[in-house]
Design a protein around this ligand. Structure first.
Ligand code: FES
Length: 65
């Protein structure tokens, strides 16, 4: 599932970052580079990706319990 088109970041990479950083957006962006180019995927309604970053973080937190 694509989270960031510009940097080709998939949900699995976000989940790994959430494991380490929780919901710390800046740390997740630093580690994965998601959201660091056009910033579309920082918006929940971005249509360039399957799962924009805020929603991906939410889903990862849910899955990690
Ligand atoms: S789609 Fe993520 S920065 Fe462009």
């Amino acid at each position: 599932m694509l989270v960031c088109d510009c940097n080709d970041v998939e949900f699995d990479a976000i989940k790994e970052a959430v494991k380490k950083h929780g919901d710390n957006l800046e740390a997740i962006m630093d580690e994965t580079e998601a959201g660091t180019v056009c910033e579309c995927c920082l918006e929940e309604d971005c249509d360039k990706v399957d799962l924009p970053l805020p929603l991906a973080i939410k889903k990862a937190l849910e899955e990690l319990g």
